[in-house]
Design a protein around this ligand. Sequence first.
Ligand code: SF4
Ligand code: SF4
Length: 293
Amino acid sequence: MDGRLARYARYAWLAAVHHEIGPLFYGVALTDRCNLACNGCRIPAAGRPDLTWEALQALLRGAHARGFRELYFSGGEPMLWGDGSRTVEDAVRFARRLGFYHVHLYTNGTLGLESSVDLVWVSVDGLPETYRLRRGEHFAEVEAAIRAPGHPRTAVLYVIDRTTQGGAEPFLEWARDTALPVLGVMFYFHTPYYGYDELYLDAWERAPIIDRLLACRRAGLPVLNSRAGLLALRSGRWARRTSAAAVADVDGESVCCRAPHWCCRDCGYAACAEIVEALRLRPSAVLAMGRFR
Ligand code: SF4
Ligand code: SF4
């Protein structure tokens, strides 16, 4: 652990004092395949082949050699990924042997949460009447998976779009009142990855929603976004795209995320704002980052 702390201390010093942002967070989209058909998502329709085990090993070796130490697997639905006898669990074990410090998984939660990762991020955009507008009739099975014993630490990822924007407070209150066993809820905004569709909320529309999330934080509801991260999203004054992060898929690697450059101006990937604010040593963002280990 000492080696990790020393590495992070040096990383933070270089970032904050010398503005040298080195590699840290690496994502791998294992597959485009998904068992859901969410509103606004075109990933499964891309129909590209899955990463092979050999390609995945090469990506992870290369990322680790370049200095990336925090890893996440996503998709499509990463729980569907496999290559011959290899599964996501093999990928997690391989990453740990290479020396990645933490491994996270982003899932829709419908295939269970059994995994040896450090943290599972489960997409739940509101209570059933809101959730179904984005993801369909799967709330009950996802809730059951979260409440089932024996899975790793879990956090909820809630994407706010035009259909789900009203559901944040009722969901947070329900999570608190029913003791949903999660670290908390991280709110993203629908990013115009494929263009400015009917789900998109512009900066003027996002601002009062962010104010509501800040009020929820103050009221002690389980919002995972830091104050600094939310304020950055509200003001738009945060540096993008960040070279602290990269993501790879079957077609290659992108800095920060796979979105086209024109999309960054209206980025709603709150995790990116959290990283940028943590690297500026904003206290609430640094504290929040510590919870996501
Ligand atoms: S679960 Fe994720 S990958 Fe699957 S359709 Fe929904 S948004 Fe797309
Ligand atoms: S859209 Fe956001 S997360 Fe993606 S590259 Fe741009 S700034 Fe980064």
